[in-house]
Write a protein that binds this ligand. Structure first.
Ligand code: 6PG
Length: 466
């Protein structure tokens, strides 16, 4: 039997689906998992394709053509190191390992250095789209050396989602760029999900609409400029009924959001690079507050929401506010990528990233077409909010965000992401912020000095209290 072109370690749903996807595109591949049941599951699903499954590592390694191209789809963290450790004795110089999990970019840097020293190629690759994406076309964000990407490029492009015939797979940059970009994708995902959740809360508790009606509204929004995967699935979710009670299933779900860490990592990385991403930060914060259920329950009676009467006005403004919120979430995430690229020499092509986010991934949305064009026209754009093509949209969004924030505040409905988003935009549109006072305070208590508006130089005042 001829050798397999591609190998996969980890035959959970993601690994199995990715292999079935590439087999369907005509590639031969071998999968390995220490769990024989997972191997049998793949074999069963793979009947009639050029896929084979091995529970023995030695059998798997011999089944692969040389140089070997092996992808790991295993849980991020220690498991990745342990799998690499198991594979190492079987690898030869020139072989390639691809980590397709949500690994932290610093772990990827460490593995790159270690494997590079041994002559083994390594790519840190973000794969987005969940189980469905892995099976039928994910968005693939690869990072590393172009020579190694060339070894898997045709497979990744074939497996990825396509938008207007263009594959949603690319080498986004050097080093750990793939995992940094995937982490940022997830940060944006957190912000978009939180903005949607706040929209739902305002419509449900503030305006008194039922889940079906809100589902219809999201379905309608998805037909227009808000067209996106997250808006679409929200419309389905809100209309789903619980089989046991007949009530909307979403009402039966405990309101404590989980998180695996990628949103928090985005906030941490942004903090380290000095990049403001408040919509993403507030989404992480709200997941943390949601998890403190007991405390919330004990305080809840103090903050009953008041009903909103003019909900037509709210609905109209919510649409524009959500659109502006999404745009500003992308703006913040992409400004983080811009800064990371400058600091780390990732050499990111932001237009290319916007392009491969248009399909397959969780944050895919119609507006990414415009975002891509903006970065194609101005590759050095540090922040989307500076692009002339978005000023009119942001003007309309600004008014809508103000209305939504006024309503949520008066109704005592928490909307931290909407508030952060509005204040992000307002702050950037404010020529003179009160940071002059902060500078004076710093100089008062720590002689930290300040600059003046009327002449060059650094100044210090000794006698602030006289
Ligand atoms: C994707 C998702 C995927 C996963 C997140 C969920 O792009 O396919 O982002 O990576 O669903 O890890 O993250 P949380 O558990 O942190 O919400």
């Amino acid at each position: 039997m001829s050798k397999a072109e591609f190998g996969m370690v980890g035959l959970g749903t993601m690994g199995r689906n990715f292999l079935l996807n590439i087999a369907e595109r005509g590639f031969s591949a071998a999968g390995h998992d220490i769990d024989p049941a997972k191997c049998r599951l793949l074999e069963k699903a793979a009947a009639g394709t050029r896929l084979a499954a091995f529970d023995s590592l030695a059998g798997f390694m011999t089944a692969l053509e040389v140089p070997r191209k092996i992808m790991l789809l295993v849980p991020a963290g220690r498991v990745v190191d342990s799998v690499i450790g198991d594979l190492l004795p079987h690898l030869a110089e020139g072989d390639l390992l691809v980590d397709g999990g949500n690994s932290h970019f610093l772990d990827t840097e460490r593995r790159l250095a270690d494997l590079g020293g041994r002559g083994i190629g390594f790519l840190g690759v973000g794969v987005s789209g969940g189980e469905e994406g892995a099976r039928h076309g994910p968005s693939i964000m690869a990072g590393g050396d172009p020579r190694f990407y060339a070894m898997v490029r045709s497979i990744f492009e074939a497996a990825s989602a396509k938008v207007n015939g263009e594959p949603c797979a690319a080498l986004v940059g050097r080093g750990s760029a793939g995992h940094f970009v995937k982490m940022t994708h997830n940060g944006i995902e957190y912000a978009m999900m939180q903005l949607i959740a706040e929209t739902y809360d305002l419509l449900k508790r503030g305006c008194g609409l039922d889940s079906d009606k809100i589902g219809d509204l999201f379905a309608n929004w998805n037909e227009g400029k808000l067209n996106s995967f997250l808006v679409e699935i929200t419309s389905f979710i809100l209309k789903k009924k619980d089989a046991d009670t007949g009530r909307p299933l979403v009402d039966m779900i405990l309101d404590t959001a989980g998180q695996k860490g990628t949103g928090r990592w985005t906030s941490q990385a942004a903090m380290d690079l000095g990049v403001p991403i408040p919509s993403i930060d507030s989404a992480v914060t709200m997941r943390q507050i949601s998890a403190r259920k007991q405390l919330r329950e004990s305080l809840a009676r103090q903050l009953a929401p008041s009903q909103i009467n003019n909900y037509e006005l709210v609905i109209n403004n919510l649409k524009d506010a959500l659109y502006a919120g999404f745009l500003l979430a992308y703006a913040q995430g992409l400004s983080l990528l811009h800064a990371a690229s400058t600091e780390t020499k990732y050499e990111l092509d932001i237009a290319e990233i916007a392009k491969i986010w248009r399909g397959g991934c969780i944050i895919r949305a119609a507006m990414l077409d415009d975002i891509r064009e903006a970065f194609e026209a101005e590759p050095e754009l540090s922040n989307l909010i500076g692009s002339s093509r978005f000023q009119e949209i942001l003007d309309a969004g600004y008014d809508a965000l103000r209305t939504v924030n006024t309503v949520t505040l008066s109704a005592s409905i928490p909307a931290m992401a909407f508030a952060a988003t509005l204040n992000y935009l307002t702050s950037f549109r404010t020529e003179r912020l009160p940071a002059n006072l902060i500078q004076a305070q710093r100089d008062h208590f720590g002689a930290h000095t300040y600059q003046r508006i009327d002449r060059e130089g650094t100044f210090h005042t000794d006698d602030w209290e006289m």
